[in-house]
Design a protein around this ligand. Structure first.
Ligand code: ADP
Ligand code: GLC
Length: 491
């Protein structure tokens, strides 16, 4: 092998171009971190209108002909420091609404074609359609890219190594078997060892079957998903491939998440200058119309879904209020949850403030101004909000699952005595355990000196990608070395 190792990452979102959750944060930050490891990463994205708007440059690269119902081509582009390949296929992506759903909140009816097309473009790049740039590794993120490793393996041609990363096993991308040939999948692949999943075509399942290596975003989640309780029906397959599966905790992008230089904040701060943080807290309280005397101020920034456990928080609210606390929530998602929190806010003005919708800058202000951030998830592959909370000096209060278990050190007596505690964990994921953790956090908060130690400890932990990227670099190198050995053995 000569020159830098080349990786094509394939994904449906990347911050700051298009984002619905943590996947975008990871896809947007990984290339920079891997560049520091001497690797060359390019990212393949669909050319949604939001992405087109934010491109700094774009030029046509390769005609792909007819693709899933219309003409398609690849553009080369750049934005926010990312080297991009963009799949231009206006019949699939040029429409208002989100990357997965229309303005009415319903999934796009042609999501199978939309993301099969993305994977097909990855196949073309992987098989060397561009003379100047051929990847050594194709790295597929989540179900939207799941068919890429499948198309490459099924091509029967010399191909790059492939990796599938699971960011969330709850989203699997299942589509009717009748689409098989339209999606350019051979009938022979429609078996239990192939793309078939309970009589349908499983995009994530395909990625898990055909990729050379599998990763997920924390070691605890990597273990959890091999069990029926967390495996979402894919635990059997994941057990079979357990020797190919690793968990690598996500990092945070320290250029975007740095309280000492964050344009969204009213005042800068860091672990040694916490006065700025007090100014951020006061500004947030004023912005949300909260009672300045209510404390601790608990913050939540989340998608409102069953996964995130905010229904448990609803039930715990009376306790939170009774002990003097306040709540600042930014969320978007299920209408029933939004309605319930809106109702709670109406009943407790000054103590509960809710904002619905997606607001990146308000999210930053909540991490900077809240005393603690609540993450009561029922499952959490990694979770990024507890990491942003740590960096911004808000103590995370988290359910002991997945990446939350791996990234927060509980403030039990031993950890407090050692000065290593950074937040609060609770288990099992029940209202009672959450209430208990709220009580522990409130008690420690009233002990200002000990709280400061915990807060500073979290703020100074190394959370950036610099510490995480070497694990991906090692994985790619190992995988290529393994393939070298394999082909040497065949020669
Ligand atoms: P998930 O990807 O499962 O939603 P993560 O914790 O990994 O969970 O990532 C969530 C990301 O989305 C974080 O960057 C968080 O700040 C952001 N986020 C979630 N909800 C909102 C919202 N309503 N407004 C702004 N940002 C949000
Ligand atoms: C998913 C998971 C979340 C993780 C994110 C980025 O959205 O729900 O836990 O942090 O992907 O990997």
């Amino acid at each position: 092998m000569s020159g830098p190792l080349r990786v094509l990452q394939v994904a449906s979102e990347a911050f700051p171009l298009i984002k619905t959750g943590g996947l975008a944060d990871v896809v947007g930050a990984l290339p920079g971190a891997l560049a520091a490891e001497g690797m060359e990463i390019r990212t393949l994205l669909p050319l949604y209108p939001a992405v087109r708007q934010r491109l700094e440059r774009a030029e046509p690269l390769l005609e792909l002909g007819e693709l899933m119902g219309g003409p398609a081509r690849l553009l080369a582009g750049a934005a926010a420091g990312l080297a991009l390949f963009l799949l231009e296929a206006d019949h699939l992506y040029d429409r208002p609404g989100g990357p997965y759903q229309g303005p009415d909140g319903a999934d796009w009816p042609d999501n199978a074609q939309r993301f099969a097309a993305l994977a097909w473009a990855a196949r073309a790049l992987g098989l060397g359609a561009l003379a100047g740039w051929r990847p050594d590794v194709v790295h597929a993120h989540d179900w939207q890219a799941g068919l890429a490793p499948a198309y490459l393996a099924l091509s029967g041609l010399p191909r790059p190594a492939t990796v599938t990363t699971i960011h969330n096993l709850a989203f699997q991308g299942q589509f009717p078997a009748s689409l098989l040939s339209e999606l350019r999948l051979p009938a022979s692949a429609f078996t239990i060892d192939g793309v078939e999943y309970w009589g349908a075509i499983g995009f994530l399942k395909a990625g898990l079957v055909y990729a050379d290596r599998l990763t997920t975003v924390s070691p605890t989640y990597a273990r959890e998903i091999t069990t029926p309780a967390f495996g979402m029906g894919l635990d059997g397959l994941l057990r079979l491939r357990a020797d190919r599966l690793t968990g690598i905790v996500n990092g945070i992008d320290e250029r975007v998440w740095n309280p000492a230089a964050d344009p969204a904040l009213p005042a800068p701060f860091d672990a040694d200058r916490l006065e700025g943080r007090e100014a951020c807290r006061q500004a947030l309280v004023a912005e949300l119309g909260l009672d300045p005397g209510a404390a601790p101020l608990f913050g939540v920034v989340t998608r409102l879904t069953w996964q995130k456990g905010t229904d448990l928080l609803l039930e715990a609210l009376p306790h939170l209020l009774a002990s003097g606390g306040a709540l600042a929530m930014l969320g978007s998602g299920e209408p029933a949850l939004e309605a319930a929190f809106r109702e709670a806010a109406r009943g407790h003005p000054g103590r509960i403030a809710v904002r619905f919708g997606y607001d990146e800058r308000l999210a930053h202000r909540i991490f900077a101004g809240a005393d603690a951030i609540l993450v009561p998830s029922r499952f959490e592959p990694c979770g990024l909000t507890q990491l942003y909370a740590l960096r911004y000096g808000a103590a995370p209060i988290v359910a002991r699952v997945g990446g939350l278990a791996d990234t927060v050190i509980d403030a039990n007596e031993a950890a407090l005595a050692d000065g290593v505690a950074t937040g609060f964990q609770f288990a099992p994921v029940t209202v009672e355990a959450l209430i208990d953790a709220l009580g522990r956090a409130t008690a420690l908060f009233r002990d200002r000196a000990r709280w400061r130690v915990l807060q500073r400890r979290g703020m100074t932990r190394s959370l950036g990608w610099k510490a995480r990227a070497p694990a991906y670099a090692r994985l790619y190198r190992e995988l290529l070395a393994e393939r070298e050995r394999g082909s040497a053995a065949r020669r």
